[in-house]
Design a binder for this molecule. Structure first.
Ligand code: ADP
Length: 192
């Protein structure tokens, strides 16, 4: 079983994905974290991905697909929480094909909704805390644009499949966590 966390940069997907993974006993898969690790390790993947990440652009789909295939191919007893993937229509379609191959399905897609002015405020704060090199104002603006152009259409894509669950992403971390866990837990039980 797979749960997908969708939402703009700064929506809190990473934090909520970690909490949800713990709650469900599933494995948290963040393509952003995997890419940052590859860059830090200086692997071939990291060298290829770095310039795209620093510009706030999407890393080419085939690099991402290889990374995700490796993770899902390894199996997981409790399923997976996908955070930051899929991010465009092509990735969503290749994920669908991959899930068919390994006989897995999507429990639900949680869309974390946060207004844009709140996002910009949060990302600016996070840049200071985490020292991420892709959190400059220009990159952030580009990431938000890329989100709107490429990722936001997935809301309709998954909505059309009856898999979308919108969650209000404004409030305390625990409070939002309770909302996410209630919805994702219920979807997991129904889908099983
Ligand atoms: P955020 O959600 O805050 O933008 P992430 O940690 O999810 O940050 O991603 C950081 C960067 O990693 C993205 O701007 C992009 O360059 C790259 N990236 C992460 N996931 C993907 C993906 N599924 N497809 C393409 N690029 C990705």
């Amino acid at each position: 079983m797979i749960w997908i966390l969708l939402g703009p940069p700064g929506a809190g997907k990473g934090t909520q994905a970690k909490m949800l993974a713990e709650h469900l006993g599933a494995e948290h898969v963040s393509t952003g974290d995997l890419l940052r690790q590859a860059v830090a390790d200086g692997t071939e993947l990291g060298r290829k991905a770095k310039s795209f990440m620093e510009a706030g652009d999407l890393v080419p789909d085939e690099l991402i697909l290889g990374m995700v295939r490796e993770k899902l191919g390894a199996g997981s007893r409790g399923g997976w929480i996908l955070d930051g993937y899929p991010r465009n229509r092509a990735q969503a379609e290749s994920l669908g094909a991959m899930l068919g191959e390994i006989d897995q399905s999507i429990a639900c897609v949680v869309d974390l909704e946060v207004p844009e002015d709140e996002l910009v405020r949060r990302i600016a704060g996070r840049a200071a805390d985490e020292g991420r090199t892709d959190d400059t104002e220009e990159t952030v603006r580009n990431r938000l644009r890329v989100y709107r152009d490429q990722t936001q259409p997935l809301i309709d894509y998954y909505g059309g499949q009856g898999l979308l669950k919108a969650v209000d992403g404004v409030g305390g971390i625990e409070e939002i966590g309770d909302r996410v866990q209630a919805i994702a837990g219920a979807a997991g039980r129904t889908a099983q």
